[in-house]
Design a protein around this ligand. Structure first.
Ligand code: HEM
Length: 198
């Protein structure tokens, strides 16, 4: 679990993609904010966002709460919400590597790690957190060695996916370039990423 069980507001438990998100993701955001800022900043974010906090890892909470927290953080940092989400994904990887070392230990570098998200990581997450709506990605190798990654989700959290990939590369001490060729936020049916390890 990413955070000690907290007793607070009752979870939403409407486990529909695009409506509820597992508390573990909120716990992760809290951990990242506290590591990089402090507890006062987390409390201020909760207040600015107008959310109650006290998320339990196994509970499910409104996606709206996450958007409100990201908007509050964006206001506080003076950065667009998408950049805050990407930063969150980047920084979250080191927390995840501490909490779930086996996902990382089985992969020698970030490319196989990213490729294990459909086959190992998210299936395991779905078992641990009932009602988790983790996306499935489609991967394809290109002739010039890049990895094409196709992302579709009603949540449109492509910036989080980008941050996770970049954070994974940083965890393995590697550089990665991430191109966003198609984006659901621009009206495309999917997000398409071209990832290269130079
Ligand atoms: C490069 C690796 C990874 C990528 C690209 C990735 C991507 C994503 C994205 C984009 C989402 C948002 C949900 C959506 O789009 O509908 C998500 C959800 C999630 N992921 Fe991953 N992920 C990765 C690794 C991990 C790892 C290592 C863990 C934890 C061990 C994890 C746990 C979760 C959880 C708990 C959710 C929330 C599901 C929910 O609340 O319904 N992911 N992931």
């Amino acid at each position: 679990m990413l955070a000690p069980g907290t007793i607070g507001r009752a979870p939403v438990d409407r486990c529909v993609a695009g409506v509820s998100m597992k508390g573990v993701v909120f716990n992760l955001l809290e951990e990242v904010v506290i590591r990089h800022q402090d507890e006062d900043v987390w409390d201020e974010l909760l207040e600015r966002a107008g959310v109650a906090g006290a998320y339990t890892s196994l509970g499910s909470y409104s996606d709206e709460d996450m958007h409100k927290l990201l908007a509050a953080a964006a206001g506080l940092l003076g950065r667009p919400p998408r950049e805050v989400l990407r930063w969150f994904g980047q920084q979250a990887m080191s927390v995840l590597a501490e909490r779930y070392p086996s996902f990382f230990a089985r992969c020698p570098s970030s490319r196989p790690f990213v490729l294990s998200v459909n086959s190992i990581i998210h299936p395991e997450v779905r078992k641990l957190y009932t009602g988790a709506h983790c996306p499935n990605f489609q991967f394809q190798d290109t002739d010039d060695g890049a990895l094409m990654m196709d992302y579709r989700s009603p949540r449109k959290l492509c910036a989080l996916a980008q941050g996770f990939v970049e954070g994974a590369a940083a965890h393995y001490g590697e550089r990665v370039t991430f191109e966003h060729l198609e984006c659901m936020h621009d009206g495309d049916a999917r997000c398409l990423f071209r990832i290269t390890w130079p």
